[in-house]
Ligand binder design. Structure first.
Ligand code: AHR
Length: 493
């Protein structure tokens, strides 16, 4: 019998809603044909796909990163403003396509306004200059009688957009990046960008460009940018056709967050920096089957992928004192939870945990003790897409658990990913304080086969099953089925 012990007094941190954020890049059918399709009978007067908006709304997306991704390192934002028919069509080098610039800053801001989502803009530190970056801040946030603020007014938006979050470039360490930099060169360049962007609007929050969280790049960049940044970004993509390699890979998130947190703490102490530097996991997902640019990265997800996504979310919740923003890469069609055609859409398996966590998990993370079967994975067994073997991070608990409560401790949400492929786990759930559970609700994501996939033909192969929890007084015992996500929502008196 497994055991989950919960002590409501042991609070780890408050969950920032921004961990349920998203990301849209000018890549494949993410924007054009995804969130934006002018002239479609499914779109509104702005060209926004209404069916997509409805699906996005149910995800309670608090924040959206744009316009890239690799795309941003060749993007000149001024190409995307003003009359649409005069915007240049540009050769796009990150994904070897043509960018029509029909969707630009004002369209993105309108989307965020209509959807009540906080915008997060990443600036071009590849081919872009610091003057372009700071004038983008002025265009969005300027209130004075200045050229860029006036241009925004002329383009139909008298009020400033007040974009708070700005990223200092994307993956500038990568050989695939336009304008790749060494860590030292990135620090030099980013300092100047940061300086002029903050001079333009001191209220903005800056996100430094991180790698995985455990590399030399991360050490150098955190040390070099700590006085100037409010967030440090990390990226992680995992995935494998091997069930255990896939569902256990998000252990890398715990490793990354703990390593990176240690570096940030050390740098803040050594440099006596008093402002906090939080982690923004601003790209993360399962991504491995459709890797080539030709396939436009239109990944199809199965139940095992949904369990991996659940474990990513568990790691963010577990480290809620450190990670204050996370952006699933991406939102529609491209490695995404929502998949469209010209006629409609279906929800991928990974959509369901994303919606459930945003909807059901509460504001405070509680520490939790879990005693259960351990799973091991050897480097030989592991078949992962990248070079980071997770075998050394094991053994892994079969039950990956997080617990959250509301500030008063009356509402509890317990998220349990049972990663065991074969075995159900009957579990005692114990509370440190005597408390009576007066109501309980169960949300379960599962299917008979972990390779079950949703599609236009079978949109409901993997969905959320919801039912009332049957309570029988005393301690709670619950059986978590093999290869499933369960969220237990409890009301306590
Ligand atoms: O999300 C797809 C790509 O993955 C992004 O453009 C890039 O930042 C990362 O390598």
């Amino acid at each position: 019998m497994a055991l989950i012990k919960i002590d409501a007094a042991r609070r780890i941190g408050s969950v920032d809603k921004n961990i349920y954020g998203g990301f849209v890049e000018h890549l494949g059918r993410c924007i054009y044909g995804g969130i934006y399709e002018e002239g479609s009978p499914l779109s509104d007067e702005h060209g926004f796909r209404k069916d997509v908006m409805e699906a996005v709304q149910a995800l309670h997306l608090p924040i959206l990163r744009w316009p890239g991704g690799n795309f941003v390192s060749g993007y000149h934002w001024t190409d995307g403003i003003g009359p649409v028919d005069r915007r240049p069509r540009q050769l796009e080098l990150a994904w070897h396509s043509v960018e029509s610039n029909r969707f630009g800053t004002d369209e993105f801001m309108r989307y965020c306004e209509v959807m009540n989502i906080e915008p997060y803009i990443c600036v071009n530190m590849g081919t872009g200059t610091m003057d372009e970056a700071r004038s983008w801040v002025e265009y969005c946030n300027g209130t004075g009688d200045t050229y860029w603020a006036n241009l925004r007014r002329q383009n139909g938006h008298p009020e400033p957009y007040n974009v708070k979050y700005w990223g200092l470039g994307n993956e500038m360490y990568g050989s695939w990046q336009i304008g790749r930099l060494s860590a030292e060169d990135y620090v030099k360049k980013a300092r100047e960008f940061a300086k002029v962007m903050k001079w333009t609007d001191p209220s903005i929050q800056l996100v430094g460009c991180g790698e995985t969280g455990w590399t030399e790049w991360d050490q150098t960049v955190i040390a070099g940018l700590a006085p100037l940044i409010d967030y440090y970004s990390l990226h992680l993509y995992t995935g494998s056709d091997d069930y255990y390699s896939n569902v256990l890979a998000p252990a890398l998130v715990d490793f990354a967050l703990e390593s990176c947190r240690a570096t940030i703490d050390r740098v803040r102490f050594n440099q006596q920096i008093s402002h906090p530097i939080h982690i923004a996991y601003d790209e993360w997902n399962v991504w491995f089957r459709q890797r080539s640019a030709e396939s436009a990265l239109e990944e199809r997800y199965n139940l095992a992928d949904a369990l991996a996504v659940s474990s990513y979310l568990n790691s963010f919740v577990r480290h809620s004192d450190t990670v204050k923003m996370a952006n699933l890469a991406q939102l529609v069609n491209v490695i995404a939870p929502i998949f469209t055609s010209k006629e409609g859409l279906f929800l991928q398996t990974i959509y369901h945990p994303l919606r459930l966590y945003a909807e059901q998990m509460q504001e405070v993370t509680l520490d939790v003790h879990v005693d259960c079967k351990q799973l091991t994975l050897t480097a030989d067994q592991e078949r992962s897409r990248g070079s980071n073997s997770i075998a050394a991070l094991g053994p892994f608990k079969a039950l990956d658990v997080t617990v959250t409560s509301d500030p008063d401790g009356h509402e509890l949400a317990i998220a349990v990913v049972n990663r065991d492929l074969e075995q159900d786990h009957t579990t005692t759930i114990q509370f440190a304080d005597p408390a009576t559970i007066t109501r309980g609700q169960v949300y379960e994501v599962n299917a008979t086969d972990p390779s079950s996939t949703n599609s236009f033909e079978q949109p409901d192969a993997v969905i959320v099953q919801e039912r009332q929890l049957e309570l029988e007084g005393g301690n709670l015992t619950y059986t978590f089925p093999a290869h499933s996500l369960t969220i237990l929502r409890l009301h306590m008196e």
